[in-house]
Design a protein around this ligand. Structure first.
Ligand SMILES: [Fe+2]
Ligand SMILES: [Fe+2]
Length: 206
């Protein structure tokens, strides 16, 4: 059995239609018992990403696809993420080894390509970098990342939401800077090197 077959059988054991929304829905429904939160979150983020893309004149279809798949790697239990990423040949950084939750963006991008047939590099990178962004992010990366922060996967309203919305009224870039600053100064288990790069890019360029 190839690694693809193994992953397909374990996490994506449904017939796929080629329609992304239908396929993500089908997959999530088979994981309802353990991941009931996932489909509503993916739909919320996809729709928010599409709204932001429209607002900032970006590719709405790519933004929707990025949002729809950004956390699909979350189907892999945290305890198995490191081993699976290594078996799939995904480059694992030290911070991700320490906190395997941080691997879900890379796993999501892998599945987006291998399982759901997404080939557009800009969509795949928006999925990969959605947790922390990185230095000099693209506008599509910003939109998928910020949509995820507007429509977070926890209960209640994010404490930063009103400030983030005000920054979005200003510009996509101001909102991105606000997010990076807030995340960088929050209580993190480990600071991912991409977040350090992003922070340096926006605040410490000199
Ligand atoms: Fe995520
Ligand atoms: Fe998310």
């Amino acid at each position: 059995m190839t690694r693809y077959d193994e992953v397909r059988a374990k996490y994506f054991n449904v017939s796929l239609t080629g329609d992304l929304l239908e396929d993500v829905t089908r997959v999530c429904e088979t994981h309802q018992a353990t991941h009931a939160y996932l489909l509503p979150h993916l739909l919320n983020v996809a729709n928010e990403a599409k709204r932001l893309a429209k607002r900032f004149n970006l590719d709405e279809t790519a933004a929707f696809a990025g949002g729809l798949l950004h956390d699909i790697g979350g189907l892999v239990p945290e305890a198995q993420r490191l081993e699976l990423a290594e078996r799939l040949g995904i480059d694992v950084l030290a911070a991700e080894r320490e906190v395997p939750m941080l691997l879900h963006g890379k796993l999501s991008a892998y599945f987006a390509h291998a399982i759901f047939g997404v080939t557009a590099p800009e969509t795949l990178s928006a999925i990969t970098y959605h947790t922390t962004l990185h230095a000099n992010p693209t506008d599509l990366e910003k939109v998928v990342c910020l949509a995820d922060k507007v429509k977070w996967d926890r209960e209640g309203t994010p404490p930063y939401l009103s400030d983030l919305m005000l920054c979005l009224d200003d510009s996509l870039n101001e909102a991105t800077k606000f997010f990076i600053d807030t995340l960088y100064h929050s209580d993190l288990l480990v600071v991912h090197p991409w977040l350090i790069e992003a922070y340096d890019f926006y605040f410490d360029k000199a």
